[in-house]
Design a protein around this ligand. Structure first.
Ligand SMILES: CC(C)(COP(=O)(O)OP(=O)(O)OC[C@H]1O[C@@H](n2cnc3c(N)ncnc32)[C@H](O)[C@@H]1OP(=O)(O)O)[C@@H](O)C(=O)NCCC(=O)NCCS
Length: 145
């Protein structure tokens, strides 16, 4: 007969919980890069990371715009640390500005690495602007909340 364990025993041990991930912004995406996303040294291509940041950055603006949006500008993009195959990447976003037709967001990317001795590293941060567009691809007003 299987042993019955209490709920407390089924909790993730504290040592495995993510450390120092930000609490003041929203987790919008998590992804783990695969070997196909890496160069010959095992580091992940910057272009792959940029595509993920674009996707993650669009989550809050698309919620605010309540419809179709497009990226109009990547105002800043910083690669602080290399990303490796096996890193678990978490994308955190914060809305910086809501304009007439645009929403600007700040995205920070954290890598959780080395599960045996888990630590968290900020690998990338970026600032992007998205524009709400209509069915003709023209800017439209951001709806009032
Ligand atoms: C996005 C697009 C519809 C905007 O059209 P537009 O005629 O330039 O629109 P506007 O000049 O009225 O600008 C619209 C908003 O974008 C903002 N914007 C425009 N250029 C910007 C820039 N370089 N940086 C930050 N914001 C910018 C404007 O400030 C405005 O925001 P606001 O209304 O909140 O003040 C058009 O440029 C476009 O289709 N671009 C291609 C988008 C695309 O294909 N993206 C995918 C990447 S390949």
């Amino acid at each position: 007969m299987p042993e019955i364990t209490s709920d407390k025993e089924n909790l993730v041990p504290e040592s495995l919980a993510p450390l120092k991930l930000p609490a003041d912004r929203e987790l919008v995406m998590r992804v783990m890069p695969m070997p196909a996303d890496a160069n010959g040294n095992g580091d992940i291509f910057g272009g792959w990371i940029m595509a993920q940041v674009d996707l993650a950055g669009s989550v809050l603006p698309s919620r605010i715009a309540k419809g179709r949006i497009t990226t109009v500008a990547v105002n800043q993009f910083i690669f602080k640390q290399p990303v490796s195959v096996g890193d678990l990447l978490s994308f955190y976003a914060r809305v910086e500005r809501i304009g007439r037709t645009s929403v600007t967001v700040h995205v920070e990317v954290y890598a959780e690495r080395n599960p045996a001795d888990l630590h968290v590293v900020k690998v990338t941060e970026a600032n992007l602007t998205f524009v709400a567009i209509d069915s003709q691809g023209q800017p439209r007003l951001i709806p009032k909340p």
